[in-house]
Design a protein around this ligand. Structure first.
Ligand code: COA
Length: 165
């Protein structure tokens, strides 16, 4: 299948949730695991749009809970590709509470590595990312730094999930 290179804008995703009682933890806040599930879903949607194939989550890093969210808060989640390597891409997901006046307060930022998966269920080469704006280019530069750090951490044996650790 011929997959076309895409701009950042072409795979952007925005999703919305209203916090329901079933989303809460026992201290009256949004349960972190629920938010992580929503983040993973957004990253998967962004990744599939860019890749034009299935993707799987390779890792989640820099997942920062900046402030809590509460019953009936309106949650807005914005996801976009920041970097594409060979078979993996970085997706940034930001979560906001949208106030009744439309103001958005950032409550979480996460970076996920999504890996393209082909019809044989194997990691596959991804379409390139077309950088259109200054912001796209700045995001790419910052993502390159994170990619270098990830590689260094792996080389240093920091990744305790490696099969031989
Ligand atoms: C993710 C997975 C497909 C990678 O398989 P692999 O054989 O290591 O893949 P490769 O060595 O060909 O690497 C492919 C790319 O993924 C990247 N990658 C692989 N594992 C990664 C990880 N854990 N974190 C970040 N990047 C990862 C590699 O750096 C490489 O990037 P590049 O091609 O852009 O340079 C495999 O580890 C897997 O299936 N993991 C389980 C994923 C899953 O089930 N997720 C759902 C949540 S449970």
């Amino acid at each position: 299948m011929d997959r076309k290179d895409k701009t950042v804008a072409e795979s952007k995703v925005e999703t919305f949730h209203i916090i329901m009682p079933s989303d809460m933890n026992d201290s009256g806040r949004l349960f972190g695991g629920t938010l992580m599930c929503w983040i993973d879903e957004v990253a998967g949607l962004v990744g599939r749009r860019h890749a034009q194939m299935n993707v799987t989550t390779g890792s989640v890093d820099n997942l920062r809970f900046l402030r809590g969210a509460y019953l009936q808060d309106m949650i807005v989640m914005c996801g976009k590709v920041t970097h594409v390597g060979n078979k993996s891409m970085e997706v940034k997901v930001e979560t906001f509470i949208e106030q009744p006046d439309g103001r958005r307060d950032l409550i979480n930022r996460a970076y996920l590595t999504m890996v393209g998966i082909d019809e044989e269920n194997q990691p596959a080469r991804l379409p390139r990312l077309i950088l259109e704006t200054e912001e796209d280019k700045e995001e790419w530069e910052r993502a390159e730094t994170r990619r270098r750090i990830r590689r260094q951490q792996k080389a240093d044996g920091f990744h305790f999930y490696d099969a031989d650790h």
